[in-house]
Design a protein around this ligand. Structure first.
Ligand code: GAL
Length: 519
């Protein structure tokens, strides 16, 4: 096939090419690049078979017309990515790509060198480095590998979902196991949830996070991978223990860990999850950010899944995970969400936990029954923080009316970890029926005083010390929004705390947590 015919074939094969390539031509080659008058040697379709799953480069297409090079790289992660300012210099094809998610690097540099008839492609997208060799393909290959765009429906009516009167509590696989998760471990967690008393303390959900997905079949039905032989049987096992079970997907083509997402299969996946018997879905933006980059499209993409879940007729708690973008708390309920992440990921260290818990836990105005700010899952029990720091973690989450999703190996819970996680008074604060999210009312030096009004008129009061050394502070009735305090209870011990207004010393990174009564 001649080059011209080839070019026409590529453009015809994938209608998106016309639009995808147009902006590239508009940018044209930079002035320093000598115009290429003949079609260049990079022109054509290049196929990549063994590129790592993130971002999963499958194809590169290059065309030269009127001396202007245009092209794109197709990935599993973001679909086709247009080449920006492509130009050939000293036998190397250079271009940049748009790099979202990283303000310091809004574009990334890519290069292609021809080596032994192969295209050696190097580049980067977000955290993934690309260094792969592709071989020449045909326009039929290009058609077969073309990315299929899925239409995004217009925003529908608000979805009435009342499935989380109090913040959901349970366990999720991600913090401890990442995507190294399997059926056996999930069953073991359900067993441990019961045997440790965590279920009876209020923890109900056993949530499988990223890493369960396998392939879609010819009908597009998503199947679990080999580590999960029978999802329905697993859900039955968890349900038989008086627990509920959760699953994970993304509105993008790929999840954050590079597994199959729900892009183009939203209704189908919702039906699958319901048929398996799932009670909870965490829906994580991941690669969807490329397709849904603004408030309007993100909201519609969540609404699409929220409506699909509602249409199954099964009550499925909908957990939004888009890292707090676009004031999610102002619209999370409308798309059927009961909780929405307010931040990026937590890690098992005080600095990250504190940054999130003190400063990124979401606007209290957004929170209340059936709609909760989610500052991410717990790290209690994972070993990276001191006992004082884990107490601060738990106290911050309870004061914030945050979902309590444990993230450690429940089988390895120490007595100390269980005492903290099952403390009935801290759980009662978290799940207070009024659902008012607490907040800082006073900051002095390294100390922060937080108050959270409770349904019975009492007030939870936390004296946090963010500093590296012990610090002291005398709480006041005013801190609790009261005129007089008549009694105070220490949440950790359950003992009455005499002399409420006395100066108290709080250890470094520690907390004193009280429930005070008065008027
Ligand atoms: C992240 C998400 C994490 C976890 C992970 C799975 O985007 O914030 O909580 O779900 O993806 O790949």
């Amino acid at each position: 096939m001649s080059r011209a015919l080839f070019t026409a074939a590529v453009l015809a094969a994938a209608p998106i090419a016309a639009t995808a390539l147009a902006p590239v031509s508009a940018h044209a080659a930079p002035a320093h690049a000598a115009p290429v008058h003949a079609a260049n040697t990079f022109d054509g379709v290049w196929l990549f078979d063994d590129a790592p799953p993130n971002p999963g480069v499958t194809m590169m297409e290059v065309t030269t017309r009127g001396g202007v090079i245009a092209g794109r790289v197709t990935t599993h992660w973001y679909g086709p990515i247009a080449m920006q300012a492509p130009h050939v210099e000293n036998g190397v094809l250079h271009f940049t790509t748009r790099n979202i998610n990283d303000r310091e690097h809004p574009t990334r540099d890519w290069s292609v060198v021809l080596e032994d008839g192969k295209a050696h492609l190097k580049g980067q997208i977000w955290e993934s480095a690309i260094d792969s060799k592709g071989y020449r393909g045909t326009s039929a290959d290009a058609r077969a590998r073309a990315f299929h765009f899925a239409p995004l429906p217009p925003l529908g009516q608000p979805i009435p979902a009342h499935l989380a009167a109090t913040p959901p509590m349970g366990w999720s696989s991600w913090n401890k196991f990442a995507d190294r998760i399997d059926d056996k471990t999930v069953r073991a967690m359900a067993d441990a949830m019961v045997s440790t008393g965590l279920r009876d303390a209020g923890y109900r959900y056993i949530n499988i996070d990223d890493g369960w997905q396998g392939e879609r079949d010819a009908q597009g039905v998503l199947h679990p991978n080999a580590r999960f032989p029978d999802m329905k049987a697993l859900a039955d096992y968890v349900h038989a223990r008086g627990l509920k079970i959760g699953i994970y997907s993304s509105q993008g083509p790929r999840t954050c860990a590079g597994y199959e997402g729900s892009y183009g299969h939203v209704q189908q996946d919702a039906q699958t999850f319901a048929a398996w018997g799932f009670d909870y879905l965490k829906y994580d933006l991941c690669s969807g950010e490329w397709f849904y980059p603004d408030a309007d499209t993100v909201k519609r993409s969540y609404h699409e899944m929220g409506a699909a879940l509602a249409a199954t007729g099964r009550p499925i708690v909908f957990s939004l995970c888009e890292y707090g973008r676009f004031d999610v708390g102002t619209w999370g309920r409308d798309v059927g969400g009961q909780l929405w992440r307010t931040t990026g990921d937590i890690t098992d260290d005080y600095a990250t936990m504190a940054r999130i818990g003190f400063d990124k836990n979401g606007d209290p105005a957004w929170a209340g029954p059936h709609g909760w700010n989610d500052p991410d899952m717990l790290e209690v029990g994972n070993g990276g923080m001191s006992p004082d720091e884990y107490r601060t973690h738990m106290a911050l989450w309870a004061m914030s009316a945050a979902p309590l999703m444990m993230g450690h190996d429940l089988r390895e819970s120490t007595g100390e970890t269980l005492a903290l996680l099952t403390n009935p008074r801290v759980i009662a604060i978290d799940r207070d029926s009024k659902g008012i999210q607490g907040k800082a009312v006073r900051k002095v030096g390294t100390m922060e005083v937080w108050a959270r009004p409770l349904a019975d008129g009492r007030v939870a009061l936390a004296l946090f010390n963010r500093g590296e050394a012990a610090a002291s502070l005398a709480p006041s009735a005013q801190d609790a929004g009261l005129t007089t305090v008549s009694g105070a209870q220490d949440v950790w011990t359950g003992q009455a705390s005499a002399d409420f207004g006395a100066t108290r010393t709080v250890p470094a990174h520690g907390v004193i947590l009280l429930v005070v009564s008065g008027h």
